[in-house]
Ligand binder design. Structure first.
Ligand code: CDT
Length: 307
């Protein structure tokens, strides 16, 4: 049996500070059309895909950055993307900064079906970086200042003839993200990311960024028998070099498509959702083999506890 979903991973090159939303949406639509020509059912765009990665700067008054956030989706500026996708009959997943009516700020990803209906909104759970200005850094990673961590967790939704979950960037480094979705029978996880290659707290990790990126998504896919689509905003953005290497990973853990550039680039893979069962019905038959009674520490405590 096969259940094919043709997926486009639409990596973006850098978005500089002076680039307008209109210019970015034009780039997204170009990738969307390319994906449509390649027969894609779904296109996945990166985290914070509409603007430069603004948490690299710190401002004392956070409201000065309101223009980086979306207060509605679609908005007048993003409506052409929604309209074009609906006209082409192609779904998409888009990351953006969200400012709610009550003033909360989330790092958000939305999933839209081929008929234009919004399937779900996911808000980032694991917010990395720091809350305060760290003036000695070459650049900030102040996501913890700009975004509230979501308490909504990791959902799985029926869409595209499969069971789809979402996560955002740093979420991909945590096995719990995948497992919570694995326990809901996820078959396809969509993940946008912005990963600076220079990791200021420990520069010895810089050379390992590509390895760690692949390591976490390949193991997450394999251990949960799911497809994982990881999509970067890549290249040198405002002087900060960010990892590309967007990839589509099969439930076997194998990479079936990977970006070759750090520019706007579309990867396409024909993903058979029935491949998931080769893993979830055998080696990772959770019902048969998992031992939740001995995993209680995982939800009972946050950090390491020494005796
Ligand atoms: N955007 C995002 O979550 N980036 C982090 C960077 C490392 S923490 C400073 C990541 O996990 O890729």
């Amino acid at each position: 049996m096969t259940r094919i979903v043709t997926i486009g991973a639409a990596q973006l090159g850098p978005i500089q500070r002076e680039h307008t939303r209109e210019q970015v949406v034009t780039r997204l639509i170009a990738l969307l059309r390319q994906a449509h020509s390649a027969g894609c059912d779904l296109v996945v765009f990166p985290e914070l895909a509409l603007t430069t990665f603004f948490p690299r700067w710190f401002v004392e008054n956070i409201s000065e950055t309101d223009h980086y956030y979306e207060t509605e989706m679609p908005s007048p500026v993003t409506a052409p993307l929604f309209d074009e996708a609906k006209k082409l009959g192609i779904g998409f997943c888009l990351g953006y900064a969200e400012l709610t009516q009550s003033g909360e700020r989330f790092n958000t990803q939305i999933l839209v079906e081929k008929n234009g209906s919004v399937v779900a909104k996911y808000r980032k759970v694991h917010i990395p970086g720091h809350e305060e200005h760290e003036p000695d850094r070459a650049f900030q990673h102040a996501e913890r200042y700009y975004f509230t961590p979501s308490n909504e967790g990791f959902g799985v939704w029926k869409a595209f003839g499969s069971r789809v979950g979402m996560m955002i960037c740093n979420d991909r480094r945590w096995p719990e993200s995948y497992r919570v979705m694995g326990l809901q029978g996820v078959e396809l996880i969509l993940c946008g990311y912005n990963t600076p290659i220079h990791y200021i707290p420990d520069p010895s990790q810089d050379i390992l960024q590509g390895f760690h990126n692949a390591l976490v998504m390949q193991s997450g896919a394999y251990q949960n028998g799911t497809w994982v689509v990881g999509v970067a905003k890549a290249g040198v953005e405002e002087g900060v070099d960010s990892l590309g290497q967007s990839m589509i990973v099969a439930p076997s853990g194998q990479i079936v498509a990977q970006a070759l550039t750090t520019d706007d680039e579309l990867l396409v893979a024909h993903c058979d959702m029935d491949w998931c069962q080769k893993y979830t019905k055998t080696l990772f038959d959770f019902d048969r083999y998992r031992r939740p009674e001995v995993y209680t520490r995982i939800t009972a405590q946050r950090g390491v506890e020494l005796d």
